[in-house]
Design a protein around this ligand. Structure first.
Ligand code: FMN
Length: 306
């Protein structure tokens, strides 16, 4: 049979894209010595009967012990057990040093995310590995998240369904540094400050726009309406009545004029906006402000679509 020639490194790297948990699989050799290896080849096979599998490299120094053992135990590691994973993946050390796993029966490790005690029911020589299938005779689970292994690195799971979304929200959302986010936050804060100043003057935002229009020489009602419309406000009949009632404007022959009270209100308004502007730019260098002005002006004045 023609075997495809693989570049081993890229083959491993492609396999490593399959995310797994991390297990330590223990057994006791016929000589009574405990053995254990870190394995991510563990998988479930059948629910009824309850079967699991894993495969062991033929190069493992523990192969003989697993071959002779009738049982093995699968310990699914928790996120804080990376050190155990590394320990049980290291050749030539006493992997059980400092642990009390007794002298008989399958060695059991404490406090892992889940543990399955299995009776070895099948073994198969498969390539450079031996595949073991075990029937689960007992199992237990603990609270706490499991440790993951993907692309040669440890990781931990982040649930997506918690947000009720079927896509990766983190990848989809704009970052905090996005201009759109920065601009929206800044806009909301500046607007709140402007509104606070208007409150102090007893003016509504719509009134301030009308005062501005008239003070700038736009007096015909139609033109004032257009001016406020361009700024997202509607200079309605009620609005006119209200401003007249407040003594800020008068209307004569289709023209709006500011009353002396209206003129004073507009002067106070301009002074207040000056204060807001000073507070806003205070603390920034001329260079920084020049960049911001340039950016905002080019966005605001661009003729075409953004
Ligand atoms: C995350 C991870 C997963 C591993 N999965 C397996 C596996 O499924 N099968 C295997 O034979 N070795 C696997 N290994 C390597 C063995 O753990 C390692 O070769 C073995 O413990 C060496 O010790 P030994 O000669 O005493 O068996 C894995 C190692 C790591 C770090």
């Amino acid at each position: 049979m023609e075997l495809p020639e693989f570049d081993q490194k890229s083959f491993r790297s492609a396999l490593g894209r399959f995310a797994t948990g991390v297990a330590i699989i223990t057994a006791r050799g016929v000589d009574g010595r405990p053995v254990g290896v870190t394995a991510n080849s563990f998988n479930s096979v059948s629910l009824d009967p309850p079967l699991v599998l894993w495969s062991l490299a033929r190069t493992s120094s523990s192969l003989k012990a697993y071959e002779g053992a009738e049982e093995f135990a699968v310990h699914i590691l928790g996120i804080n057990q990376e050190h155990l994973s590394n320990r049980f993946a290291t050749k030539g050390i006493d992997k059980f040093e400092g642990m009390d796993v007794g002298h008989a029966g399958v060695p059991l490790l404490d406090s892992c995310a889940a543990r399955f005690r299995c009776r070895k029911v099948q073994r198969h020589d498969v390539g450079d590995h031996v595949l073991y299938i075990g029937e689960v005779i007992d199992f237990e689970t603990c609270d706490g998240a499991p440790l993951l292994y993907v692309q040669g690195r440890y990781g931990e799971a982040r649930r997506r369904e918690a947000a009720g979304l079927s896509y990766d929200l983190e990848a989809a959302r704009l970052g905090k540094d996005a201009i759109l986010n920065l601009f929206s936050h800044a806009y909301v804060r500046i607007l709140a400050r402007v509104r606070a100043e208007l409150d102090l003057l007893g003016l509504q935002q719509s009134a301030s726009i009308i005062l501005a229009a008239v003070a700038e020489g736009i007096t015909e009602i139609d033109a004032v309406q257009q001016f406020s419309f361009d700024r997202d406000y509607h200079f309605s009949a009620e609005e006119q009545e209200m401003l007249i009632g407040q003594g800020l404007i008068g209307i004569e022959k289709g023209n709006v004029r500011l009353s002396p009270k209206g003129e004073r209100a507009y002067r106070d308004l301009l002074a207040a906006m000056k204060r807001v502007e000073e507070d806003l730019v205070g603390g920034f260098t001329d260079g920084e402000l020049s960049d911001v002005r340039h950016f905002l002006a080019s966005v605001g004045n661009s003729d075409g679509d953004l």
